[in-house]
Design a protein around this ligand. Structure first.
Ligand code: UDP
Length: 328
């Protein structure tokens, strides 16, 4: 298949692109390089463009004879979505509308959407199955839920087969340490803990220790990016004209912020310097997947089943490239 990856130079998009490319499909990355890095696409064709540029998207879909789109391009910073909701609504909702219009114009009939467990938000059930009620608690999560509905509506009218992949927390790096997570500024927990270990003069902030969880800090389900990527490939190959699918991608195991600090200390052999501060707006207390449907219907089997293994790959990448792509 010929597959277009919007946001294909980003952390998750590029991991999926490299994995799908290695399995023999033809891939093209489309990215505005605001969050993405050209090095991350590992030599695959890269078109630099904005997701809201419908004309350019349509041209690329036609030029490359695209059969399916994997849609990752989005603003993803939860804190920023609270301080600047317009940016998130514009990129995520406006961007997806632009993509869907381009797909309709070019006759592309298959779509995989990178959605999020954050759409479940304050739903207290844990682990969470796909039919759990969605109750998003940040502007970011609400844009993702709105996009899920937009895709359903377009699919109905224009016969697009789609799969919504709601992922939990993407984490880790490639085994060789060549590809990993790098945002500027960084807001994600594992890279920030590892940065703290590498930079003696910093202090990690733990956002809240008064949640109703086993140690008072937030619980998340961290899934290795290669396992996330293998789920994308399975979902892609299963997609048909009438697909209206939703899958959670997570391990089914939750780690608290303190568990992550422990894992990073264990893997690196260094202490983490942290302090407890106020809760971060928009954070849900606990988000853990029930991956039963993904395992049984698509045969997904994660390779990384222990948090220390995931953190080990992130640590290798951080040591090799503390400044991310382009620097050693
Ligand atoms: N977190 C934290 N300190 C940080 C960054 C994150 O305590 O400097 C917490 C955050 O409140 C959340 C968890 O770590 O409970 C995971 O946050 P991250 O931003 O990595 O992913 P999210 O779940 O928000 O997508």
């Amino acid at each position: 298949m010929n597959i277009l990856f919007t946001g294909g130079a980003g952390y998750v998009g590029s991991a999926c692109l490299r994995y799908v490319m290695a399995s023999g499909h033809q891939v093209v990355a489309y990215d505005n390089l605001v969050e993405g890095h050209p090095e991350a696409v590992n030599g695959a064709p890269l078109v630099v463009g904005d997701i809201r540029n419908t004309e350019l998207l349509e041209q690329i879909l036609r030029e490359h004879n695209i059969d399916a789109v994997m849609h990752f391009a989005a603003a993803t910073n939860v804190g920023e979505s609270v301080s600047n909701p317009g940016y998130h609504y514009d990129n995520n909702i406006g961007g997806t509308l632009s993509l869907l219009n381009a797909m309709v114009a070019a006759g592309v009939k298959k779509l995989l959407f990178s959605s999020t467990c954050a759409t479940y938000g304050l739903n207290p059930s844990s682990p969470m199955a796909e039919d759990a009620e969605q109750d998003p608690c940040s502007p970011y999560a609400r844009t993702k839920l709105a996009v899920e509905w937009m895709i359903r509506d377009f699919a109905q009218t224009y016969n697009i087969g789609f799969t919504l992949l709601r992922y939990f927390n993407a984490a880790g790096a490639s085994e060789d340490g060549e590809f990993g997570e790098y945002h500027h500024p960084e807001t994600h927990l594992i890279p920030l803990v590892l940065d703290n270990i590498l930079q003696a003069d910093t202090q990690l902030k733990v956002f809240g220790s008064d949640y109703d969880t086993r140690d008072g800090t937030c619980i998340r389900d961290y899934v290795h990016i290669e396992d996330l990527a293998s789920a994308h490939l399975l979902a892609m190959e299963a997609i048909g004209a009438n697909s209206r699918e939703v899958f959670n991608i997570g391990t089914g195991h939750g780690q608290s912020v303190m568990d992550i600090i422990d894992a990073c200390e264990m893997v690196s052999g260094h202490r983490v310097n942290y302090k407890i501060v106020a809760r971060r707006p928009g954070d849900a207390p606990e988000l853990v997947a029930n991956p039963h449907k993904l395992r049984t219907e698509l045969g997904w089997k994660p390779k990384y089943t222990h948090i220390n293994e995931i953190v080990r790959t992130a640590w290798t990448w951080h040591k090799l490239k503390p400044q991310g792509y382009g620097e050693r």
